[in-house]
Design a protein around this ligand. Structure first.
Ligand SMILES: Nc1nc2c(ncn2[C@@H]2O[C@H](COP(=O)(O)OP(=O)(O)OP(=O)(O)O)[C@@H](O)[C@H]2O)c(=O)[nH]1
Ligand SMILES: [Mg+2]
Length: 444
């Protein structure tokens, strides 16, 4: 979602860091460029104006412009202001009460039901025992949808006969939670097409009846500034405690994510990054800022690895790296493991310094490059996979024919493997990087 904004910001900032001294005119030129990039990303114009004013004021200070590292310092100012921009409101996710009640509200199709299930899964991983409640009395299909999601996650779903008033469903849910010793109740409420009085009355009635400790407004980030307007209207009418931005994985330009906190004063607490129930991220302003500015987001990457890569094979790999035995077989296995962690482009944008390659990497996956890599490796004998140095011309030709590809592709793969082995050896060497690397491979 932030791809094109990210690319433009990175270019502008690289220009600044690329020069020895930075003049006030250079700063102004950069600010103009950043201003345009943000506006084009559909960020609210007032937010952009304030942002640029704050960055400029800090950047043109004498102590910065006279320093030899002015460029880097300005990058840091932009980063810090971006973090501030993303840090609005009370960022904590509260779970007080027994059961703690969390209510999901929002317009139709914003992602309430999906997010309710994602949140329940997230809480289970944190050791809680949530109960999902289908608080949509109008459409039986809505309750079916939640039930299906709950079943897949092995999380109980409470539902009531069609037509039961919302407040009664909510109360019934609380009762069911107490009986079943569930400590969090997640209410999946009905959406409406527009923000109307009925919807607001319903939310207020649920509020009065079961006192949710969190009322999360789910907004679709794909709708851009409209999401900001929706959030403003809800916030004025009902006591919303935080926001969930869904469909961050879509091709919207990022404006909603960057403006919604500053405009509404509400904290974004979670982001939805895909349709599956594991595609929920806790919203971390500093991590997102890092990703947008191409500085990477190692923390999120490590967490994903810990979730998806199995620890035993990660340990085995680390051992092999230490002994410099990273074979083509391991290469294949790594590619498969990494793909479990999420879309390649998304992963690349989290690796410091690799942000610029995110699009290219995703394109490669989409083109089927990885499947070709797999085919090439599978056409090798076990001995060749273990020891690529024996791959002479005739072997390479045989492999190319076996994989239905040409010699260039085979050569490229062998070269990539050699480069990657070298890189991995460096990374697994002594020092701070080692810790990051073993984290990346799924070990604490
Ligand atoms: N790509 C993507 N799709 C999402 C995300 N969150 C939800 N969706 C999709 O958006 C559509 C609507 O999601 P729902 O969870 O049914 O939305 P809802 O707010 O419960 O809808 P109503 O109950 O009809 O008001 C579904 O097709 C979801 O798969 C997300 O983070 N990324
Ligand atoms: Mg729903």
């Amino acid at each position: 979602m932030f791809d094109s904004l990210s690319e433009r910001l990175r270019k502008t900032l690289a220009d600044l860091t690329g020069r020895g001294r930075v003049s006030e005119a250079d700063v102004d030129a950069a600010m103009r460029e950043i201003r345009l990039s943000l506006l084009e990303a559909d960020v609210n114009f007032k937010v952009v104006k304030d942002f640029i004013a704050r960055v400029r004021e800090k950047a043109v200070g004498a102590e910065i412009l006279q320093s030899l590292t002015a460029g880097q310092q300005i990058v840091k100012i932009v980063h810090d202001e971006l973090v501030t921009l993303l840090s609005a409101g009370d960022r904590n996710f509260h779970l007080t009460g027994n059961p703690a009640v969390v209510s999901m509200v929002g317009l139709q199709g914003s992602g309430k039901t999906t997010t309710a299930a994602k949140l329940a899964r997230h809480l289970v991983r944190g050791g809680r025992r949530p109960l999902l409640v289908a608080a949509d009395p109008y459409r039986p299909a809505a309750a079916d949808q939640l039930e299906t999601l709950g079943k897949a996650l092995d999380i109980p779903v409470h539902r009531a006969p069609a037509g039961t008033p919302v407040v009664d469903i909510a109360r019934g849910g609380l009762e069911a939670a107490r009986k079943g010793a569930r400590d969090v109740v997640i209410l999946d409420t009905a959406g409406r097409l527009t923000i109307d009085q009925d919807l607001m009355d319903e939310i207020a009635a649920v509020d009065a009846a079961v006192h949710p400790v969190e009322t999360l407004l789910v907004v679709d980030a794909m709708t851009g500034q409209e999401a900001v307007n929706v959030a403003t209207a809800f916030h004025e009418a009902v006591p919303v405690t935080g926001l969930v931005l869904t469909k961050i994985d879509g091709d919207a330009r990022g404006g909603a994510a960057l403006s919604i906190g500053a405009v509404t004063g509400l904290a974004v607490k979670f982001m939805g990054t895909g349709e599956k129930t594991d595609a929920l991220e806790v919203f971390h302003p500093d991590r997102l800022a890092g990703r947008i500015l191409g500085m990477g987001d190692v923390m999120t990457l490590v967490e994903r690895a810990q979730e998806h890569v199995d620890a035993a094979s990660a340990a085995k790999l680390e051992e092999k790296l230490r002994k410099s035995q990273f074979t083509l077989e391991d290469f294949l296995e790594q590619i498969q493991q990494v793909q479990k962690m999420g879309p390649m482009g998304q992963l690349m944008s989290m690796i410091p310094g690799m942000g610029g390659m995110a699009k290219e990497a995703q394109d490669a996956v989409d083109r089927g490059d990885l499947r070709r890599v797999e085919a090439i490796i599978r056409s090798m004998t076990p001995r060749e996979r273990r020891d690529p140095t024996i791959l002479n011309g005739s072997r390479r030709r045989r492999i190319a024919a076996g994989a239905g590809t040409d010699l260039t592709e085979v050569n490229r793969l062998i070269k990539q493997h050699a480069e990657l082995s070298k890189l991995m050896k460096q990374l697994s060497g002594p020092g701070g990087r080692r810790a990051a690397m073993s984290g990346l491979m799924g070990r604490r």
